[in-house]
Design a protein around this ligand. Structure first.
Ligand code: ZN
Length: 386
């Protein structure tokens, strides 16, 4: 019994350090409800097993035993993570608490074989450099992911890719996670960003289309095949318009780069994420036609957020990717359409709609969070200690 208690206290403290690096030993003891002597003893064990490091905490003026602040151990466990976007890839080793200890980022030209080879090589490099400190791996990609298969990435025109091939140590059922970039960015925002501490949160991410996730009680709702959060494929668009997913009427067809090109009477862009980014920049600079197109898209986003809030009942909505920029530029249109579409009883006051805080690192940090979730269990930590 004592051994079980000790194990779960170790896991609880390690998780607390992961969620709030720099937390004091006294705060953790209070948070998980253990006596300070037992906390000091357990932290000592975590330091000895290279999970956590301890530093003297600043004096608080309180009496009693001086406390310490708790951090990732410099030789502690790491996760190897990769994030592929429509025009870059990044590979990093991330320590407890979500800090990158090594990272490589490169631009790419959407050549599938070259990008996958480069990411595989870099993940192999991280594995060789850090050896057994690397306990899990995770990959974020801009497309629909079921299990470890990238079903379709519309912005890259990639289909049916087995992402487990990217991790040299992959074993079925092992410590490897693949996920949609938008959903993973939502996981990261709920842990370390704009949604930290919120109960139920809808995260909406605008990139090649709209994606995201519903977070409840700290966990992403995944659905039957793990593909929940494809919000851009809800039929909030024009009913007759065909989406790249095969369905008609998807919300994406009203908000993506192609939609902007239609509004601006321009040709269908080859790279619609870069195109959207350019239109946003023109709108920010006050170019009237770009501004008008962005405002139209803003209304559609606001209306859709109302639909999500009516249907899912979150405490708050966080908007990321190109969406945080759009939220800023078309604030009035987003807000007006959001309030118009809300059920009256939800409007007093409406759940806040906030911009994401983690910027372009969201998907990578979300991948790290999912990989650490595999590690920060009683079993995962036992395996590290032994
Ligand atoms: Zn669709």
């Amino acid at each position: 019994m004592r051994g079980g208690l000790r194990t779960s206290a170790q896991t609880a403290i390690t998780r607390a350090v992961h969620d709030h690096p720099g937390v004091t030993r006294a705060e953790v003891a209070a948070q998980i409800g253990i006596p300070s002597g037992f906390a000091a003893e357990t932290v000592g064990r975590l330091v000895a097993t290279r999970l956590v490091s301890e530093r003297p905490a600043l004096a608080t003026g309180r009496r009693g035993r001086p406390t310490t602040s708790l951090h990732a151990h410099p030789d502690g466990p790491l996760v190897a993570v990769a994030a592929i976007t429509h025009d870059t890839w990044q590979v990093a080793a991330v320590e407890l608490g979500g800090t990158k200890v090594a990272a490589t980022q490169r631009p790419h030209h959407r050549n599938q074989a070259r990008v996958l080879d480069a990411v595989t090589a870099e993940l192999g490099q991280v594995s060789r450099r850090f050896g057994t400190r690397v306990r899990a791996a995770a990959v974020a990609v801009p497309g629909t992911v079921a299990g470890s298969e990238l079903v379709h990435a519309p912005g890259l025109a990639w289909h049916s890719i087995d992402l487990s091939a990217l991790w040299p140590h992959y074993e079925p059922g092992g410590e490897f996670v693949a996920g949609n970039d938008a959903s993973l960015a939502g996981v990261a925002e709920s842990r370390h960003g704009a949604g930290a501490g919120a109960g139920a949160m809808v995260y909406l991410h605008l990139d090649a289309g709209l994606g995201g996730t519903l977070i409840e009680a700290g966990r992403a709702v995944r659905g039957a095949t793990g593909t929940a959060g494809e919000f851009g494929h809800m039929p909030f668009g024009e009913p007759a318009r065909r989406c790249r997913c095969g369905a008609r009427g998807c919300w994406n067809t009203s908000v993506d780069g192609r939609a902007l090109a239609r509004l601006l009477h321009q040709r269908v862009p080859a790279d619609d994420v870069s195109y959207s980014r350019r239109v946003l920049a023109s709108a920010r600079a006050g170019q009237p036609r770009a501004l008008s197109a962005i405002r139209t898209v803003g209304s559609s986003i606001g209306r859709g957020i109302a639909g999500l809030v009516n249907g899912l009942d979150p405490h708050l909505v966080v908007v990321g990717g190109l969406g945080s920029d759009l939220l800023h530029i078309a604030a009035d249109e987003v807000t007006a359409a959001y309030h118009d579409g809300l059920m009256a009883f939800r409007a007093t006051p409406p759940p806040p709609v906030l911009p994401a805080r983690l910027g372009t690192d969201g998907p990578l940090l979300g991948a790290a969070a999912e990989a650490f979730a595999r590690l920060l269990t009683d079993e995962g930590l036992q395996a590290w200690v032994s």
